[in-house]
Design a protein around this ligand. Structure first.
Ligand SMILES: [Zn+2]
Length: 276
């Protein structure tokens, strides 16, 4: 028996197009517990094809819309195409995106791309949030291995990428803290709890509105120390690396990680399960 997985795209003007995402096949009279239903590898492959299709069609529509000059309505000339890679929770999508010349009526020959309006880095906020959530709680190697186990193939699932993404988010948090210190910002209302500095390197800059308890901060430090002492992991922490990790972990515990990853999970059960 064979199941064809077909997706139909309906555009706003009613035009329809179909794409076959994949096929599931099982030999007749050979059903066993092992081949019953769709397995994880098949579902990853189909989900990746679906993501590829939806992302490309969305961006194609966006680029076509934005190609029109807002002043005269004419289409801007295409300068060239650039290759881009986007890592998503459902796998990597490889894109070929246009750059346009400016319309002669208004902006001369200025070269311009409509893609940075949608995304600028190589990773979607959802995947970044997932990677940082996991990377803030378990080792980068384990986090990367878990993602490879359950998600379709993508770039950026090595432990080094996981680490660099946690660091990038940690840096955003650090910059925010430094800004608040520089502005000497006062909280809207007094905090019920104050974080007591244990390691001045990371705690002294926390804004007074942060309400993570001392116990949680202590537990964070304890866990980090545990990781450092764990011989199996062979981890060597730089001062900056440890500080960025703690920023990310603190934001996760405070329920504020989404402010820095750009993603607001609708189901935070994973975060709650692992952050507890
Ligand atoms: Zn124009």
């Amino acid at each position: 028996m064979r199941w064809n997985i077909i997706v139909e795209c309906v555009e706003e003007d009613g035009r329809r197009s179909t794409i076959t995402l994949g096929t599931i096949e099982r030999l007749a009279a050979s059903t066993t517990a092992e081949n019953l239903g769709v397995n994880l590898e098949e579902s990853k492959r189909i989900a990746n094809r679906l993501q590829d299709t939806v992302v490309k069609q969305q961006l194609q529509e966006h680029c076509e819309q934005r190609r029109k000059c807002p002043t005269c309505g004419k289409k801007r000339p295409v300068k060239d195409f650039r290759r881009r890679r986007l890592d998503t929770v459902l796998g990597t999508v490889r894109l070929r995106v246009p750059r346009y010349r400016g319309c002669q009526c208004c902006s001369g020959a200025q070269i311009w791309s409509p893609i940075p309006e949608v995304f600028s880095g190589r990773v979607t906020p959802e995947l970044l949030h997932l990677q940082v959530s996991l990377g803030a709680q378990i080792s980068y190697r384990k986090a990367a291995a878990l993602l490879r186990m359950f998600l379709p193939p993508m770039g950026g699932t090595t432990h080094t990428t996981n680490r660099s993404r946690v660091h990038a988010v940690g840096e955003r948090i650090d910059e925010q803290i430094q800004r608040e210190i520089a502005e000497n910002r006062k909280p809207d209302k007094p905090a019920d709890q104050m974080i007591i500095g244990i390691d001045g390197a990371f705690v002294k800059g926390r804004p007074p509105t942060d309400r993570a308890s001392q116990a949680r901060v202590q537990s964070t430090v304890d866990q980090l120390v545990d990781w450092r002492m764990e011989k199996k992991q062979h981890m060597r922490w730089t001062r900056t690396g440890a500080q960025m990790l703690l920023h990310a972990r603190g934001a996760l515990i405070n329920g504020e990680l989404g402010k820095y990853t750009g993603w607001s999970p609708t189901d935070s059960s994973l975060e709650q399960a692992v952050a507890a």
